[in-house]
Write a protein of this length. Structure first.
Ligand code: HEM
Ligand SMILES: Nc1c(Br)cnc2ccccc12
Length: 290
């Protein structure tokens, strides 16, 4: 299967910056969601989950077709809680009906990362809505209970290497786990809505204890009330991953640079863009003085 992005002839950078700004203003205004964490983390997770269904071996799934809009995909147990992100974006789709669902879900993640003071994520438009029968099957997203070998093998399907995987996992600096969504709980108190390299510093500096949580799942907890999933903790159990954890804990610029590249690659998995497609680097509200 070839997913050829469409050439968008009648929309300019200004039009896409307008969509970016509409999402960013809504994000700034609706700050009370999830105990004043806001919608940034769940929008980030929605962009990742709508892209993470890609299978490089047969080029099915991925962000191209916007199939998260169909219940078969949004009801995937792996997607529990993401309806909050989709409902947040629904009015944006009404305001800009010319934007495809695939472009909408991925752009939502770009806005979230940038407005939460993360790196600029270069982004290209042109994803095309596919019919419901092209929705990939459930079960293509990762489980949280396994170790490094599982994580490494899982991300091969998305064509992502060790360095890209560690950089991307840094997004777990944002938001929190919710017992009713995934059977994991915490962190308590300090759930963050600012994009930093804290995840790597926490991994290295906290004193982690493996405990069974209320949903009978094992997770790593620290005396300060932080938590890590088994797949998070796997990054300091494996020498190759550990090297990148240390790199990003000590070099925030390198983390930002590598995260931006890996997140763009994740959001574009399986898509062929025409030469003429521009790559947009959007301004944040702050940098526009808005
Ligand atoms: C081995 C791979 C991964 C696993 C097993 C995993 C698992 C999870 C789980 C269990 C949660 C809690 C969801 C909830 O209970 O509401 C979560 C949250 C989150 N994940 Fe991941 N994740 C992985 C990779 C990623 C990647 C690659 C990104 C983005 C680049 C990401 C971004 C997020 C964000 C932002 C949240 C917070 C959502 C919120 O606060 O509502 N994750 N993840
Ligand atoms: N804040 C988080 C930390 Br701290 C560690 N792991 C996570 C995994 C998923 C969502 C949030 C977190």
């Amino acid at each position: 299967i070839v997913h050829m992005a469409q050439e968008i002839k009648d929309k300019s950078e200004k039009d896409y910056q307008e969509v970016y700004n509409a999402i960013a203003v809504k994000l700034r205004e609706e700050d009370e969601f999830d105990g004043y964490i806001g919608y940034g983390p769940v929008l980030t997770r929605l962009a990742w989950h709508s892209s993470g269904t890609w299978d490089k071996n047969n080029n099915t799934g991925g962000s191209f077709g916007g199939t998260y809009q169909f219940q078969k995909e949004s009801n995937d147990p792996s997607n529990k809680g993401l309806h909050n992100g989709a409902e947040f974006l629904a009015p944006i789709h009404k305001q800009f009906p010319w934007l495809s669902h695939g472009d909408l879900y991925t752009l939502g993640g770009v806005v979230a990362i940038q407005e939460l003071q993360g790196p600029v994520i270069p982004w290209r438009p042109g994803r095309v809505d596919l019919p419901e029968d092209m929705t990939p099957d459930n079960g293509r997203l990762p489980d949280a209970v396994y170790g490094a070998d599982y994580v490494r093998n899982f991300f091969k399907r998305l064509d992502l290497n060790d360095q890209e995987v560690v950089a991307l996992m840094g997004a777990h600096c944002l938001g929190r786990t919710h017992l009713q969504n995934t059977g994991f709980d915490g962190p308590w108190g300090a759930a963050s809505n600012t994009f930093t390299n804290e995840f790597f510093l926490n991994l290295l500096n906290e004193n982690w204890k493996l405990e069974k949580n209320e949903a009978k799942n094992m997770q790593w907890n620290s005396p300060k009330g932080y938590m890590m999933l088994p797949t998070d903790h796997a990054l300091i159990e494996d020498d190759k991953y550990m090297a990148y954890v240390k790199l990003y804990a000590t070099n925030n610029d390198k983390f930002f640079e590598d995260f931006a590249k890996a997140f763009k690659k994740l959001l574009e998995g399986g898509i062929t863009f025409p030469q003429s497609t521009p790559t947009y680097r959007f301004e944040t509200l702050d940098s526009q003085g808005l």
